[in-house]
Design a protein around this ligand. Structure first.
Ligand code: COA
Length: 336
């Protein structure tokens, strides 16, 4: 009998769930308004507001890097969760804009936080990155591989934007959001759903990298290229589908969702998803106006803002959902 038990997986039946126990966010001080952009590209405040909902975006200062934003957000999340560096046993950073080719931003952050020995790695799924990272952390916790994970979405997206291209430069901003996810005896993260389809790579991409056209990277010409209206249509269709997939998997109805916490690309995309959910916009966390699209940082930033402003309260059911380059898309259903 004793010998048989030794073959069972090591797991604590009281903590097979994961729960978000603290959040943090950080935005660079420097704000660029639509009026500022009117002076540099052929655009207008009215066009940007009407087509996207964006009024301003935060842009990292020279020398302020992704790890700096990540560190600020991570420290706030750890403080909110009441955990110390010694408690963290997993670090995942979702980013498209790593500071260096290597080490990963997660390793740079680990050193900043004086954490040693635990796994630390980056996840690259562009605007869906945070949902991917959260899903990975959830799996680590549910398999009893980790007890207390730091999950961050951090971007200096402004560095891969061509500031003379009005099709893209008005849309994006910089920032970081973080959560602490802990093992718990009751369900916090109820389910996660991840998808990708690389056939759509060319609709939204930076077509240069380390092994392909590195000269463009070296010369600072590696910029986001996007077929805006194609991305828009796919985003609306796909986000609607993932809502249904998530609710079906949990046996829930649209009305069971208290808050939609979507990737913040465009208020019109948020509105279309809310319409599908038959949810009023007052139940959709919307930071588009003040943050713009901060890629992997947008969902945790929105989550943090809503929690700190007492919109989201303990016990609420949240649907986090993202869509981005790849294409990648995914969701997380969360009992907060
Ligand atoms: N200011 C003024 N005019 C602009 C402009 C800007 N910043 N950007 C584009 N335009 C122009 C276009 O050149 C086009 O002009 P034309 O008709 O003379 O050719 C016109 O506005 C309409 O362009 P279109 O792309 O059809 O507009 P749209 O209503 O689709 O809005 C986006 C454009 C980019 C705002 C919208 O497509 C979008 O949000 N797409 C999704 C982007 C996204 O979410 N990306 C990230 C996903 S993670």
């Amino acid at each position: 009998m004793q010998a048989e038990q030794n073959w069972l997986p090591r797991c604590d039946p009281l903590s097979l769930y994961s729960r978000i126990v603290g959040t943090g966010g950080y935005l660079p001080e420097n704000i660029v308004t639509n009026s500022d952009l009117e002076k540099t590209v052929n655009t207008s405040d009215t066009w940007i507001r009407e087509r996207t909902g964006i009024e301003q975006r935060h842009i990292a200062a020279d020398g302020e890097n992704t790890v700096d934003l990540a560190e600020n957000a991570a420290r706030k999340a750890m403080q909110a969760a009441g955990v110390l560096a010694a408690d963290i046993d997993l670090i995942i950073v979702a980013t498209t804009t790593a500071d260096q080719v290597f080490p990963s931003t997660a390793c740079l952050l680990q050193s900043r936080l004086d954490i040693h020995g635990c796994p630390a790695f980056d996840v690259q799924a562009v605007c869906t990155g945070f949902v991917y990272a959260l899903a990975v952390a959830d799996k680590f916790i549910k398999t009893d591989t980790s007890k207390c994970a730091l999950v961050i979405g951090a971007e200096t997206f402004s560095r891969i934007i061509d500031w003379s291209d009005r099709n893209t430069c008005v849309l994006f901003g910089d920032g970081a959001g973080a959560v602490v996810v802990k093992a718990d005896s009751s369900p916090g993260i109820l389910s996660t759903h991840l998808h990708a389809d690389g056939d759509y790579a060319n609709l939204l991409h930076v077509p240069s990298g380390v092994s392909s056209n590195y000269a463009a990277v070296q010369q600072g010409r590696a910029f986001v290229e996007m077929s805006g209206s194609d991305v828009f249509k796919m985003a609306v269709k796909t986000l609607g589908r993932i809502v249904d997939e998530t609710l079906q998997a949990n046996g829930l109805e649209y009305s069971d969702i208290d808050w939609l916490v979507p990737h913040q690309a465009n208020t019109r995309i948020l509105a279309a998803t809310a319409k599908k959910l038959k949810m009023p916009m007052s139940k959709v966390i919307n930071t588009v106006a003040k943050h713009g699209n901060t890629s992997a940082a947008s969902i945790p930033l929105a989550l943090d803002l809503a929690i700190r402003s007492n919109q989201i309260k303990a016990g609420d059911t949240l649907l986090l959902e993202g869509f981005g380059g790849g294409f990648t898309w995914g969701s997380a259903l969360v009992n907060y």
